[in-house]
Design a protein around this ligand. Structure first.
Ligand code: FAD
Length: 369
């Protein structure tokens, strides 16, 4: 028999789970969070956790990222100023072709920004031939400390959840029961059949280096180079598509990042302090998935579904997901967690840009052929 009962249980204490727990708690819910290895022990703990807007022409994903960036900046600055470093991030073009697009892309920027020329960059200890865009409010989070602060006052159990069951209108999870269940398990999705969302992981390494370089701003040009924060400069990150399962972090990748950074800054006194690694999770179409989970087995019972006929989705009762945050978990999570918490508590609509239903119909279309 369950010993304790909750309004919502969340599985996964990365930035997605921690932010969701924070907002549900603010809405008065009793919340329990499980993680098998600790707070921010998955992709979230590996992240450089840089928070910046997306550059490019307007698209659903860019607009979502920009909305989320504005939200995240205010959220961190107001509620967690100790764990957010608003260093500003300068986006440096990789080549003259990229540089030529700056005036065109600038009309799509929503975040506060200004142009820095090579002389100004040089005074900041940055070598670049190109005019670059500084986003003043961008910065970086302290990963574990931020997730811990979000979870402050919320029940947390360190346990590998092996089984979830829905019995008599309640979810049963390792001896606990709950009305609502939220899966924020990152790239691991073995608790439920969510193949239609196509969640998978992209491996990456990043590293912290000790340095006296007085770098006062964060840079991004293919890789990210943080401002010098207390003698530490963070470099990130690699994208290693060939790695399918987690493995030990790779110091040689850290040194490759240092070599790349030396294009832009003086890395001659860099001393490797620590290499971090982990999986980023992405959905089939690289946009986040937030909301209800479709009951694929029941849907496939519809006789004409594979012939292109559309039906009202049948959802798994009170099961929710927040996943597919890709390489921008610390940008997207506060905004999307707020949306999911309102959906669970106040039944507000989920934004079509992130509603996982879109992936179900694509998946069905592919099954047909
Ligand atoms: C090298 C690297 C650099 C990155 N840099 C940035 C960056 O600069 N900016 C940025 O915004 N994002 C960055 N990211 C991406 C960011 O880390 C992810 O978007 C974010 O971590 C996703 O968070 P999450 O909570 O969805 O998943 P995770 O952080 O992976 O959390 C999932 C959690 O679920 C737990 N879990 C899974 N299954 C179970 C189970 N059955 N029972 C109990 N617990 C379970 C895991 O232990 C894990 O802690 C980076 C990622 C990597 C790998």
């Amino acid at each position: 028999m369950p010993t304790r009962s909750y309004d919502t249980i969340i599985i996964g204490a990365g930035i997605a789970g921690a932010a969701t727990a924070y907002y549900l708690n603010k809405l008065g819910q009793k919340v329990l969070v499980f993680d098998k290895s600790g707070v921010a022990s998955g992709g979230s703990g590996a992240a450089g956790a840089f928070v910046s807007p997306k550059i490019g022409v307007s698209s659903p994903l860019k607009d979502l990222t920009d909305d989320a960036f504005a939200f995240a900046y205010s959220f961190y600055a107001e509620h967690f100023p100790d764990h957010y470093h608003a260093t500003g991030i300068v986006r440096i073009p990789k080549n003259s072709n990229d540089a030529s697009k700056i005036p065109y892309y600038s009309r799509f920027h929503k975040a506060k920004n200004e142009i820095f020329n090579p002389e100004q960059l040089s005074k900041l200890h940055v070598n670049s031939l190109f005019e670059s865009t500084l986003f003043n409010e961008a910065g970086a989070c302290d990963t574990v400390a931020l997730c811990e602060a979000l979870l402050d006052g919320i029940d947390l159990k360190l346990l590998d959840v092996k089984k979830i069951e829905f019995i008599d209108d309640k979810w049963q999870v390792e001896g606990y029961e709950t009305a609502n269940l939220v899966l924020t398990t990152g790239y691991e999705n073995n608790l439920f059949d969510m193949k239609y969302m196509g969640i998978k992981g992209t491996w990456g390494n990043r590293a912290d280096f000790r340095s006296n370089l007085p770098l006062g701003i964060t840079l991004h040009e293919g890789l990210s180079i943080s401002a010098n924060m207390g003698g530490i400069i963070k470099l990130g990150a690699t994208h290693e598509l060939e790695v399918k399962e987690p493995k030990p972090c790779d110091e040689s990748k850290a040194m490759e990042l240092k070599d790349s950074a030396s294009r832009l800054i003086d890395t001659s006194d860099f001393e490797l302090v620590k290499t971090y690694c982990g999986m980023r999770s992405g959905s089939r179409d690289f946009a986040p998935v937030v909301g209800k989970v479709i009951d694929t087995a029941s849907m496939l019972n519809y006789p004409n579904i594979l012939n292109g006929r559309k039906y009202q989705p049948i959802y798994i009762q009170n099961l929710f997901i927040l996943n597919g945050l890709g390489a921008r978990g610390f940008v997207l999570a506060p905004y999307l967690a707020n949306e999911l918490a309102s959906h669970i508590v106040k039944q507000s609509e989920i934004d079509n840009r992130v509603n996982p239903d879109r992936l179900f119909w694509n998946w069905i279309r592919k099954m047909k052929y």
